[in-house]
Design a protein around this ligand. Structure first.
Ligand code: SAM
Ligand code: SF4
Length: 467
């Protein structure tokens, strides 16, 4: 009999990708995915540890899942509870102390062992924990068994981080930086395209640190040289795949933005003109304390080079306000940097103390009220910039990839090259169509558009004013 699997995913896109792979691995063991937690025989919480709030959410959700299991048991059935992701990695055994009703705690590098752990759990008298960093790669062991959910898919090319920003848990939960081999990535990309995917977002905690082992055997007439490829070279190769119309990548570190990647923005039309490039702060003093390895001026110069390579490039960033020791002067420097860059969108957070990180031991922690005030001021500025960017889209022609049906009958929702949500009214279009539209209006979180031609040249994504 088929068992039902419910996965709840928190946090970043890498967790979304990992959840898909776990679902794929478990489908081979008789689990079919459900989006109704009440129907599930197995609940997996794929967790995020990046900020305190994210980690605490997991325990409140676990309380609800436990109640569901009690209900199940009262009805003579059962429910297995697994916790995956970065909270599992960071807390490991301690999770079982705090919530002994958990059956399995599994860290991100051990997902391929999940089916075997579930089988073993039946024979064990307590929950099982695996937070190892095994020598075998989970990617080799976790084939992508499920069909992609839509025309746009994630593909993890790199994991972990060696940057050790002083506020961040990622180097501890995801481990050292490592890249997948180029051949495995190209194979997975081709498989996705053969299944109808036309947009791939390459993922990595530090994706532009990618240095994947070069393909073995003769490749495009080149002898194998045992060297590694950077992200720019990988993107050029992916752009050769017929039917792959759009390529994106996230998240990048400013220090790893090399010339090859910048010129890929100039030369590869499939590489979308949108880049998430977190700066965190505009103050050199804060950047130093954060161990970001770049100054505000380096970032601004980089943005200039990127915009020279691709003049219509839109930028996004992450910001942290209220880092220990942040003065008003430091915060003003962040606002000034935002004014200079002009972002299309951005994420901003109050600094959150993470146990075990160097910043947690720093002096001069900032009061919550000051953090809240600074966050509100920054978000107000970023929101105004987002609206300005969206308003400037009105009247433009652009390609839109249709991703899903809209709420009204016949309406569709897609994405512009700049990641804006675009609503098309009353059109008989299919999910996966790449169409040219003219933007007719801008709303707080989306654009409205009318169809100009369908289907569009799949690789044209130039930003041009409508005739
Ligand atoms: N690798 C990316 C980079 O270098 O910027 C970001 C990875 S992290 C998953 C996403 C974002 O969470 C960070 O850019 C940062 O703004 C935020 N973040 C990380 N640790 C944080 C903390 N302790 N408090 C508040 N925000 C944090
Ligand atoms: Fe965390 Fe990103 Fe810094 Fe790595 S580069 S430590 S993932 S914020």
């Amino acid at each position: 009999m088929t068992k039902k699997l419910f996965i709840k995913t928190y946090g970043c896109q890498m967790n979304v990708y990992d959840s898909e792979r776990m679902a794929g691995a478990l489908s081979a063991h008789g689990y079919a995915a459900t989006d109704q937690i009440e129907d599930a025989d197995l609940v997996v919480l794929n967790t995020c540890h990046i900020r305190e709030k994210a980690a605490e959410k997991v325990y409140s959700e676990l309380g609800r899942v436990r109640m569901l299991r009690d209900q199940r048991r009262a009805d003579g059935a059962d429910l297995t509870i697994a916790v995956a992701g970065c909270v599992a990695q960071a807390e490991g055994e301690a999770m079982l102390q705090r919530a002994p009703f958990i059956d399995v705690v599994v860290g991100p590098q051990a997902y391929h062992r999940l089916p075997e752990m579930l089988a073993r759990r039946g024979r064990a008298d307590r929950g099982l924990v695996d937070t190892d960093f095994p020598v075998e790669s989970k990617f080799d062991e976790l084939p992508r068994a499920l069909a992609p959910a839509g025309p746009s898919a994630f593909l993890t090319v790199q994991e972990g981080c060696d940057k050790f920003c002083t506020f961040c848990v990622v180097p501890y939960t995801r481990g050292a930086e490592s890249s997948r081999p180029v051949r495995a990535i190209l194979d997975e990309a081709r498989q996705l395209v053969s299944q109808g995917v036309c947009e791939i977002t390459l993922l990595g905690q530090n994706v532009n640190a990618f240095h994947g082992p070069a393909p073995d055997g003769a490749f495009h007439g080149e002898a194998p040289d045992g060297r590694t490829w950077g992200l720019g070279r990988l993107i050029r190769e992916l752009a050769e795949i017929d039917g792959l119309a759009r390529i994106r990548y996230t998240t990048s570190h400013p220090r790893d933005m090399d010339e090859e990647l910048i010129t890929a923005h100039r030369d590869v039309p499939q590489l979308m003109p949108f880049l998430h490039l977190p700066v965190q702060s505009g103050s050199d003093e804060m950047l130093r304390a954060m161990n970001r390895k770049h100054r505000a001026e380096d970032y601004l110069r980089l943005v200039e080079r990127l915009r020279q390579a691709r003049p219509d490039l839109a930028l996004s960033s992450d910001f942290i306000v209220g880092f220990p020791g942040e003065s008003d002067v430091d915060f003003q420097a962040t606002l000034r940097l935002v004014e200079q860059v002009r972002y299309a969108q951005a994420f901003s957070f109050k600094y959150s103390t993470r146990p075990g990180t160097p910043a947690s031991l720093m002096k001069k922690h900032i009061k919550e009220a000051v953090k809240a005030e600074r966050l509100a001021a920054l978000q107000d500025l970023l929101e105004r910039q987002r609206r300005t960017f969206d308003a400037a889209s009105v009247g433009l022609r652009m390609d839109v990839l249709i991703e899903r049906d809209g709420r009204d009958p016949g309406s569709k929702v897609g994405r512009s090259p700049w990641l804006q949500i675009v609503h098309l009214e009353g059109q008989e279009l299919a999910v996966g169509d790449l169409v040219t539209v003219e933007v007719t209006g801008s709303h707080p979180r989306s654009l409205a558009a009318r169809l100009v031609s369908s289907p569009a040249n799949p690789t044209s994504a130039k930003r041009g004013r409508a005739a």
